[in-house]
Design a protein around this ligand. Structure first.
Ligand SMILES: Cc1cc2nc3c(=O)[nH]c(=O)nc-3n(C[C@H](O)[C@H](O)[C@H](O)COP(=O)(O)OP(=O)(O)OC[C@H]3O[C@@H](n4cnc5c(N)ncnc54)[C@H](O)[C@@H]3O)c2cc1C
Length: 387
């Protein structure tokens, strides 16, 4: 990261004042501690997998990309996947697989595609008029996601993102600075610093990720507050609660039902309350307190566990890290094996975040990229071996 914000610096110092060690490598030997997050950025620009991997491969003769296509059904010959049906606009098309079909539609859409293709909970598929190829209750089950509680604080100095982009002048100045120097607010992730902590007394490894976001708003993605504000974010890192993803109809254009079941497990509720208390302590430590005018949400009057939990439930949200809906394993409900092949089928693999048996105790993008790299290696190995 090329730019460091004074509030992020203060937050890291405040966490140290609360007894957490400085950690300059969360991916190193120990995750616990406070520091800057590692990011997939280069020279102020965030790099997607499309930019990092696909762009350089676009000219390969053996690669064809069809964009704006909606995969609607996997085609089978018995228990072997042989191709894919997809929509391009209203045109129904198909593609044949010489060796195998690889599904990488993410934790919500990979199970959707399998269910639409007739692999999933048989009673659900039958009730929706989808011809059942295999009764596989595990597909779409075991959804696991990071839920976060958020507190909002008003700052006593106009140094937050809210202040930088409130006026057109501020927006233009941030835009021009970024365009010419790749520096400034737009070159810094809005959540750039945080602290991994063991908030629950029974935890031996971090169970909560307490971060500072350099902006505040009533809702995520909503208009920023018209005053200097920051958000404290406490992410529950190892949630026990499990939800599910199930198609609602045989129409591939209809989004599936997503039930995350956040905070269903008692341990999750205890941990997130403890984690939000840690977050509050960091904001109250001297290095951070010198920037804070008041906690606006939930406000210091919200103190006992029940009130805090009620607030977290009402105002918390996902951190967009769903996994587990096509989970890897060997038990009867597991969906893929250790080489990401769908149990009971040939020529069919799932290579995305959905295969994680449980959500990793950190952000999921890098872990999913690693699944892609490992998956690619195994696909090549198996193709060479002819298995
Ligand atoms: C708003 C947001 C912010 C995030 N921020 C971070 C972050 O800061 N750090 C971090 O580590 N992680 C972050 N994540 C999580 C991270 O992006 C995901 O964990 C990761 O992208 C998962 O990769 P995936 O390949 O499993 O699924 P995806 O990235 O969702 O890829 C699935 C692809 O399949 C396509 N697709 C789905 N269904 C079909 C279909 N039927 N036909 C054709 N195409 C289809 C989708 O359009 C998509 O392009 C964020 C996620 C979101 C949504």
């Amino acid at each position: 990261m090329r730019d460091r914000h004074p509030l992020a610096e203060a937050y890291i110092e405040a966490a140290q004042q609360c007894g957490y060690r400085r950690n300059d490598d969360f991916n190193g030997s120990a995750q616990e501690g406070a520091g800057y997050y590692q990011t997939t950025m280069c020279k102020g620009v965030r790099s997607s997998t499309a930019a990092g991997y696909l762009r350089s491969a676009r000219r390969r003769a053996n690669l064809k990309v069809v964009s704006e296509a909606l995969a609607t059904r996997i085609l089978f010959d018995g228990r072997r996947a042989i191709g894919l049906e997809y929509l391009l606009g209203n045109d129904k098309r198909s593609a044949c697989a010489k060796i195998e079909v690889i599904i990488a539609s993410g934790a919500f859409n990979s199970p959707q595609l399998l269910q639409l293709s007739g692999i999933g909970p048989a009673s659900l598929l039958q009730s929706l008029g989808v011809a059942v190829i295999a009764d596989a209750p595990g597909i779409g089950d075991a959804l696991n996601d990071h839920f976060a509680g958020r507190i909002i604080l008003r700052c006593n100095k106009p140094i937050t993102l809210n202040d930088a982009v409130r006026t057109w002048r501020g927006k233009c100045s941030a835009g021009l600075r970024y365009a010419f120097t790749r520096r400034g607010y737009l070159a810094v992730p809005a959540i750039s610093a945080g602290c991994f902590v063991c908030a629950h007394p029974a935890s031996e490894t971090p169970d909560s990720q307490c971060s500072i976001a350099l902006y505040s708003a009533d809702i995520i993605g909503g208009e920023l507050h018209p005053f200097p504000g920051v958000t404290g974010v406490c992410t529950l890192l190892r949630p026990e609660s499990r939800g599910f993803v199930r198609i609602k109809s045989a129409n591939p254009r209809e989004a599936p039902a997503i039930h995350p079941n956040y905070l269903a497990a008692p341990k999750d509720r205890e941990t997130i309350v403890a984690g939000v208390r840690v977050l509050r302590r960091i904001f109250q430590a001297p290095a951070m307190a010198r920037y804070i005018a008041e906690e606006i949400e939930p406000g210091t009057q919200c103190e006992n566990d029940d009130d805090l939990l009620d607030f977290i439930r009402r105002r918390g949200s996902t951190t967009y890290h769903p996994v587990g809906t096509c989970r890897m394993g060997q038990d009867e409900n597991a969906v893929v094996d250790e080489r990401l092949r769908l149990h009971g089928f040939g020529g069919l693999r799932v290579v995305d975040a959905s295969i994680m048996p449980a959500v990793v105790s950190g952000n999921t993008n890098a872990a999913t990229i690693m699944i892609g790299e490992k998956g690619a290696e195994m696909i090549l190995e198996d193709a060479k071996a002819g298995t």
